[in-house]
Design a protein around this ligand. Structure first.
Ligand code: DX5
Length: 249
């Protein structure tokens, strides 16, 4: 197993901006998980997101810390776990022990979000916070001091291959403003329906981390092409906006 200091990091660093492309392994061939995470490293993704689902918080059941630990031996890529479960507190420390440097807790999944995010740090991990499409950004503004990533879901969580919700873009702009107001380096991540025809307006709305599953694993030109194409489109849209222009030509 690559030990902690051999692994790369997904920490938001000053200056090193630019779009990050993150793989959701929900769309991978789970019968060959070790090979798939190795191939993701070859393809140039920045890190891997594990969609932990319990068939209670979301209508699907996936994998937990044991599967994550098994995959840990096959790559030096950073891991984050998105806990789509009804009782995240029982899984936080186990996900960190399994090799996740970040654990993302859904604001809707816990009675005490502040305590759950503190528990991630106490477990040796870095915390992220996620909100579902119906949840306003106000639900997380009081915990931005505890996280290095905010995840705005662009689909209702539970499955890959769903249509992107463009109606989330106003909320992305509010999230970007709330993050800027903290003066801290915090990633703004989106997840669900990210594809060549959706990533540009999403990037222009303020996102800088893009989770992708079906686009990445389904690209007929291969995963490396998908990563390069998505990253180029996101960076171009962001540079157009910062130059005062429109997101797309
Ligand atoms: C859905 C998951 C997503 C999903 C993304 O609940 O959290 O990560 O796998 O898959 P695509 O990119 O196919 O929408």
């Amino acid at each position: 197993m690559p030990d902690r200091d051999e692994r790369r990091s997904s920490t938001p660093e000053a200056g090193a901006r630019g779009a990050r492309i993150v793989a959701s392994v929900l769309s991978a061939d789970l019968s060959r998980l070790g090979e798939e995470v190795g191939a993701l490293e070859e393809a140039g993704v920045d890190w891997i997101q594990w969609d932990v689902m319990d068939a209670c918080f979301v209508p699907n059941l996936t994998f937990g810390p044991d599967v994550i630990a098994a995959a840990r031996r096959h790559t030096t890529l950073p891991f984050e776990a998105q806990l789509m479960v009804a009782n995240p507190d029982v899984l936080i420390a186990r996900c960190v022990d399994a090799g996740c440097e970040r654990v993302i807790v859904h604001a809707e999944s816990t009675r005490n979000l502040h305590r759950s995010l503190l528990h991630v740090a106490e477990s040796g991990g870095r915390a992220g916070v996620a909100i579902n499409p119906a949840t306003p950004i106000d639900a997380v503004v009081n915990v931005l001091d505890l996280v290095d990533l905010v995840l705005v879901m662009t689909v209702n969580p539970g499955f890959g291959g769903q249509a992107y919700l463009q109606s989330m873009e106003p909320k992305l702009r509010l999230a970007r403003a709330a993050i800027a107001a903290t003066g801290r380096l915090i990633w703004l991540e989106v997840d669900g329906g990210i594809a060549p025809d959706t990533i540009e307006t999403c990037s222009a709305a303020g996102a800088d981390v893009f989770v992708t599953g079906s686009t990445l694993f389904g690209d007929p030109l291969g995963m490396a092409h998908a990563v390069q194409d998505l990253r180029a489109r996101a960076n171009l849209a962001a540079s157009r906006v910062s130059a005062g222009g429109a997101a797309t030509a």
